[in-house]
Design a protein around this ligand. Sequence first.
Ligand code: FAD
Length: 437
Amino acid sequence: MVDGPVLIVGCGVFGLSTALEAVKQGKFVYILDKYEPPSPWSAANDFNKIIRCEYNDEMYAKMAIEALHLWRSDPLFKKSFNECGRILISPMNHKGRLEFERKGIETLRSLNEGLKYEFYKGGLEIGNKFEGFKDNDVPSNQEVKYNPEGGLGLAAQTIKDVYEFLLSHPRVRFVFGESGDVVSVKRYSNGEVGIVTASGYTHSASTVILAMGANSGSVLNLENQQSATGAFVTHIQLTDEEFDIYKNIPVLFDAEIGYFFPPDPLTKIMKLCLTGRGIKRSINDPFNSNTQISLPRYHNDNPTDTIPEEFVDDFRQLLNKYAPTLKNHNLFGSRVCWYGDTEKSHFLIDKVPGFTNLYIATGDSGHGYKFFPNIGKYIIQMVDNKLESDMKENWKWTSRLNDKMVDPAAASWRVTKNTTRDIADINFLKETVPYKL
Ligand SMILES: Cc1cc2nc3c(=O)[nH]c(=O)nc-3n(C[C@H](O)[C@H](O)[C@H](O)COP(=O)(O)OP(=O)(O)OC[C@H]3O[C@@H](n4cnc5c(N)ncnc54)[C@H](O)[C@@H]3O)c2cc1C
């Protein structure tokens, strides 16, 4: 990297991981965010996220294996890692999904990992293996995959831990509030970048990395490469007795309906998510007339963006299928959570054309959290022009100005209900009890 400090915009997973790597390499780092971490805008600001190594692309599988070893060993991450494993259930007639899973396991095994997989058939076998699922309603012919390796990371907690580590580091400075709230990016005549904030102050540095997640396209012309996708999250409160029953379950991932996690150890809250039901928020692209892009509408600014009324049944169905005694629990803390999708679910990590010192690290496509321990290493390698050729190729800036908006529902491996709907067409569930995570 060139001499001088590194300026990182965004204290989410990509930004903080990059800061960790930059200080490791002796750099001075400035990090801006509108909010102190964990930011309510970060896709990773919630109880937990899945950590898994199954990818049908060897490049991501290798990265995920490297990350898994760090989750197990790095003191900053291992305290928030629960290697509870993951159960995988997919509709047996969905060829795209089944092929995706088959290839994911095959790729892992070609790398001498994924050797502890167990395969079951039907609900009875799941119930016999996991006490928490003993009353499940899974048909007797359903194929079930279980990988005891991997599990979950306590998501907001890891953001806090990494933030606190960096906060006490002598070569790191954070800027929040108006002076960290980036409103535009300007290009000086020599090609250098200025990061303009709501306070009116413009930040500059010899190296500038933009890592604003789903919101990156609000200040930089991403040429239609990324589209913000809103996913749905809700919670139920478990009693002490229920906590004891469910505390040791693996992550349960049903590709057709959704997934849920063992309850949070401190609050006994269980987080539930839906799969394949993402939404977009179309607005006129601030940089390209006649084009629409999707940008986030964050829950803290719009607390009524909860979950669609018609999806309440899907959450109930998920619980009814696997943990029927929980199915009537009150849903609370429901919200839309935004990540940045790209056409092929590849990250977008590259130098920004037209600038001499501006780099972009975004396009997480809903699978970036697991790489918290190592994505920063690759982002810095990109800045140093030292990325392996496959990463360079997959993550490169590729203008899509004349293409349609990225549609996450188009991916063959996603089991989707319909095409991606717009937030304007959603009737959101009214939650009676306000809840703040
Ligand atoms: C519902 C849901 C479930 C997910 N599940 C998983 C999972 O199981 N496993 C997995 O690996 N990944 C998962 N992900 C994806 C994961 O959360 C993301 O890949 C990851 O958070 C992306 O990191 P990021 O740094 O690119 O963006 P974020 O983490 O979203 O961070 C962006 C940061 O930029 C800041 N920012 C934005 N705009 C501005 C501005 N104008 N000025 C200053 N700062 C700004 C924000 O405040 C935020 O701190 C999930 C995501 C969602 C939404």
